[in-house]
Design a protein around this ligand. Structure first.
Ligand code: GLN
Length: 380
């Protein structure tokens, strides 16, 4: 039973959620909202289950959803996507990432990963037979250094995997940041796999800039999105993958033998949801931003210094400000003794980990956030 997978631990999210249950902790570890999600979208799904088709939908996704994805990205990000040739529906963004890697990469190719990296990336890169090359980002601003990126991009680079907004740091990369990436890879054949699942979860009036909307990256980008994150229903696992027609054709070959399709009823509900008015998305952002601010103020009151969170469900705490140099030990104590679960950010590094940051999910009821703050106050 020796394989890439046999040696891996259970994911840090699953481990912390389990520990949270055992300890009776407030779970601010694994990132999911406690709100049930928009009722109209859920109703559409229920209606589609009862009166619609429950058989295999088309392999590339329901035409109505592919059209809705193209139209949504046109409205929000200025992209011009051909729904028939440039959009594919997947069973969540994780499947889309797997399609991109398995479809593009051959053993011995190199894939550049920016650390902190989402935990699914590295096992998929390794399973595809690629050699990972790392670029490390560091708090407080997690900026991408052009020279550091240039240093790992070469003739063997097949792709740079870019997560923007970045989980776990909450950093949001601007057009200028993305132009930095474009410059660093311009002399290579590298593609960009842009995991943009948090594109709608951005705060303080920011607008998400897709890698696909940046000169020099537009036609080398595989853009990945997620209905689960857009509508705060993380269990839905409906993702989208957008790419140039010739690239999409290849990635579709990977998709057809991974999951082949995605539940049709959820697809039609998502197609409806993507057409929601601008005000709904803005309201969702404002609601989450208020939670971020409430929780940040609470943490600051009990002496934990929050780092900036420009997007995602996550607020990070700088543990070095309280003399902590081991985030794993801190998060263990916090869940067992304070009964608040969080995630040590070192879990998102494959090497040279930053060990002084803990990640908290703030997409929770105000009462839950306040309870977490009160427990941390009692613990400290
Ligand atoms: N995306 C979630 C997070 O970052 C984790 C999902 C999972 O448990 N695999 O918390």
């Amino acid at each position: 039973l020796n394989s890439v997978y046999s040696a891996l631990p259970v994911t840090v999210f699953e481990r912390m959620s389990q520990l949270a249950r055992e300890c009776g902790a407030v779970n601010l570890g694994q990132g999911f909202p406690d709100d049930p999600g928009p009722e109209d979208v859920r109703r559409k799904a229920a209606e589609a289950v009862v009166s619609g088709s429950n058989q295999y939908p088309p392999m590339m996704g329901l035409p109505e959803l592919r059209r809705a994805v193209a139209a949504h990205y046109g409205r929000w990000q200025g992209l011009e996507l051909d729904p028939d040739a440039e959009v594919m529906v997947t069973s969540g963004a994780t499947e889309a990432i797997a399609c991109a890697l398995f479809g593009l990469v051959e053993p011995g190719d190199e894939v550049v990963l920016l650390q902190p990296l989402y935990d699914a990336y590295l096992p998929l890169v390794c399973r595809a037979g690629a050699v990972p090359r790392f670029v490390s980002l560091a708090p407080p601003d997690w900026r991408i250094d052009e020279d550091a990126l240039r240093a790992v991009v070469g003739p063997k680079t097949k792709a740079v995997l870019l997560n923007n907004p970045l989980n776990p740091s909450g950093a949001v990369y601007s057009r200028e940041d993305l132009e930095t990436v474009a410059r660093a890879i311009q002399d290579s054949n590298a593609l960009v796999i842009a995991d943009e699942v948090w594109e709608h979860v951005v705060f303080d009036g920011r607008a998400h800039v897709s890698a696909m909307a940046v000169e020099g990256l537009a036609d080398r980008t595989v853009k990945i999105g997620s209905a689960g994150k857009m509508f705060g229903m993380t269990g839905w696992k409906v993702g989208f993958l957008c790419a140039r027609p010739d690239i999409l054709k290849v990635l579709a070959k990977a998709h057809q033998f991974l999951t082949f399709t995605t539940p049709p009823n959820l697809q039609s509900a998502v197609a409806y949801g993507l057409g929601k008015e601008r005000a709904w998305f803005e309201g969702m952002r404002a609601g989450l931003q208020a939670k971020r601010d409430r929780f940040a103020a609470g943490l600051a009151r009990v002496g934990l210094a929050p780092l900036e969170s420009a997007g995602t469900y996550f607020l990070n705490v700088d543990l070095s400000s309280i003399g902590v140099a081991d985030d794993v030990a801190f998060c263990e104590r916090l869940v067992r003794e304070a009964r608040v679960a969080s995630i040590p950010v070192s879990a998102f590094y494959a090497e040279n980990a930053v060990r002084t940051v803990a990640r908290f999910c703030f997409a929770k009821d105000d009462a839950t956030l306040d309870e977490a703050v009160a427990r941390i106050a009692a613990f400290r």
